[in-house]
Design a protein around this ligand. Sequence first.
Ligand code: C2E
Ligand code: CA
Ligand code: CA
Length: 933
Amino acid sequence: MTRDPATAPVVHLSDRDLSDTDVARLIRNERMFRARFDAARLPQLVVCFDGVIHEVNDAFCRLLSRRRTDLVGSNVHELRHASEPPSLGNPIMRRFRKHDSSTWERVLAKSDGTAVPVLFHATRVPDVDGDDVLAVFVQDLSELKEARETLLRREALHAAMERHASEWGLLIHAAERRAYVGYASTAVHTALGCDADEIIARGVDELIHPDDLERAEATFSKVLDDDNGEDWITTRVRHANGSWRWVEFCVSNCTKQKHIGAVLVIGRDVTSRVEADLALRASEARFRAMVHTAQEGLAVISRETGRTTFANEKLTEILGRSLDEIYSTTILELLDKKDEAFLLDRLDRRASIGTETYELSYRHPDGQPRFLRITSSPLDEGDGTISSLAMVSDITAEHAAEEQLRRQALYDELTGIPNKALLRDRLEHALERAERSDNRAVAVLFADLDQFKLVNDSFGHAAGDELLRQVAERLQAVVRNGDTVARFGGDEFVVVAEDTGEDAAREMAERVLATFAEPFVLDSQRAYVSASIGVVSAPAGTADDLLRFADAAMYDAKRRGRSRVQTFDPRIVESSSSSLQLSNDLREALENDDLELHYQPVVDLQTGRISGVEALARWTHPSRGQVPPSEFVAVAESMGLAHRLDEWVLRRACADIPQLRSAIGPDIRVSVNISARHLNDADLHQRVVGALASAGVGGATLMLEITETALMGDPDHARTMIEGLRSHGVRIAIDDFGTGYSSLSYLSRLPVDTLKIDRSFIENLTHQQDAMAIAASVVDLARGLRLNTVAEGVETEEQARLLHRLGCPQAQGWLWSRALPVGELVATVHSLPGGYFRRAIERPQRTPRPDRRGIVTAEHGLHEIVRLHREGASPATIAAALNAEGYRTPEEQKWHRATVVRVMNDSAYPELFGAPSDRAAQASDVDRRLAER
Ligand code: C2E
Ligand code: CA
Ligand code: CA
């Protein structure tokens, strides 16, 4: 037991035994011991077992801020702080019953009541008078307590931080060969999905990705080489779920630190950053590869200097310059001078403009011009500057092809002169210019070769082509510089001449016409070809109008005998200004599909069956209301819209064919009227075939009605056209038959199927002998030519019956139905018993057998034959009487006994049969009326 001087054994001696020296020594000792006791830094006191204080030192007084005099004699228990429980009995006695020393803690109170935690360390000391006392050392625990508090606080903070920090820590002991984990913070759990114990159990090698292990070990030993070594490393670490997390470690050598003695490793999960980084790196690599293998040239151009800061291989190829050249010059020096201002502006404003594509020409070092397509986008350099990223492709070939296409789109391949599209464009511009400059007139010449077909047919197509080329040349030779000569299509040519009044235009047309006086040499043969030219000169209007007017004038020229110039007279149009207006409205209506197509059934007279329908256009004008077809068809013809009207009808009708067939019958025939003007159009064939094709129907259902006059206008052409159409199964009817002057020889050669007896004859059928005679002869003629006949405009049963008796197989008219919209027609058909109309013929009739050589009418003396026959005159007498009266047979011959007999036996003249008077009484109304004539 180490003994402090204050606790040194006290020698127990009686005073008597003491010599003076002894006493003096004792006194010296006592003083020395007291001085030491008093001066000791450690608070001390001496107490009796009952707690009464014998002595205290200064340190103790200071500790409790009390005076010695207050303390000595007081009881130590009274020094207790209020927080201490009062002790029962004598606690001191209890402590020293068995031991000579004891240590315990107490909280004492200062004079002002503040608490002073202390540790009592008491030792029993025998006193001179035999009563033992306690020598007590007091240790002030306030500081210690504070230190402990601080430690606890720190520990708590550490624990909290450890729990909440995303970074996690390991202590790794650097044992001989293997590093093993000695400590792992709880954050490991969140980071790696396993708790600290598992980590400790698994060890470092198991945590780190095998591929990263070597690197990790190198870092580890490098850190260990230096007492203060520290390094960073990022490796993959295995997560409990088997995945790998990227962790950034800070490895610090703390082996020499007293309380650590290991390598401290702080880890941080950087997976997302590393992955983003890797992705970025991969994409950068990809882009780098793309840039260098790109089929487009790439350049990054600095806004500040105009220099190329990056270029790829392809760009050097496109520009024909080395990378050095590209880098050492500005983009402005490389490209055309004329684009400089544009490029500077773009370079400057690239950020605000964004991405755009433009085309520039470029002079390649090989001397050939190139065209470049450049797509420029702003490129953020990442340092606050915006450069231009230019993608460059060489579109020289594309350009050439486009140019070629443009030429093809605008020029006629055969003749090399402008085509319809370019013509229209030029005409439109000419009209604009004319309007700007005092409305100076623009002239349009429309020339159509006469009988071009003949050349084709007799010399062959190659010769036809050659003719067209020569015509183009001749036309170009006679017009002024600046006038446009264009091929309008087929054998049609158009000249547009600016600033040309009507007289000048006419003169020009005459000059054109004159060039046709010379023969054309085709295949070393001479061919005389003429042209019909229509001329119009107008200060304004649309290109379309002028072309139509010129075309109409040309058509007029043709009608007036070909090989001539015809001027379109605007006064005619103006005088009937409504027809100009109407033609504009009609054009619009056609474009907007505002017309309607109605269908009138064609009925079999024998059975009442519907054998076909005729399509008839209907137009309700927005302000004028219903416009009669005769009117708008005429307008279409004179204003060059006929082909458009027909095309519209064709398409509409073909589209309706499936519905009509399923409602009426699969073998019905749908008739469409083709305007006379359209027949000469080379495109008619194509329009018909196109309409059939786009509706997906075959040609056999379609019948085209062409008027007799139109057919006879150019019968050769008509025949070719019809033959072409028939090859698609399309049939042809001659419309309004009887109103024209058909040449029978032509008619017999035309491959037509049906004759339609004009309505005017039917109208007068029952009260005009001529009409009846014509109807009869048409039917007869048709039968002879093995053609079908359709009678138009049948309004009464009487007409129907008579027609039937004449042998006309089919008819149409209001007696059965007006032309109806397809839906109404279908409904009408459905309402008919069995889908058939009532037969016009109620009782079987003798089949009429008309005289092959013509119908005998009143004109030929039919009523005389009837009257004389009833009076019982012989055929010879009747013939003589007729000849005496000046009557002749339909064949313009004198009557003969035989011809009279034939008439009397002909069932077509029922009034001549049987007993004259009885039969007359039995004759029908029709018969009677016939007899009266
Ligand atoms: P079209 O080809 O001779 O047509 C027959 C005309 O007779 C039609 O007149 C028809 O409605 C009418 N009609 C039919 N049955 C009767 C009847 O019982 N009594 C009377 N009084 N008339 C009857 P619409 O429709 O007025 O047509 C007149 C002419 O206009 C047609 O004569 C035809 O030449 C032309 N047309 C009509 N539609 C077209 C069309 O789509 N294209 C062309 N190019 N011309 C058409
Ligand atoms: Ca017709
Ligand atoms: Ca007709």
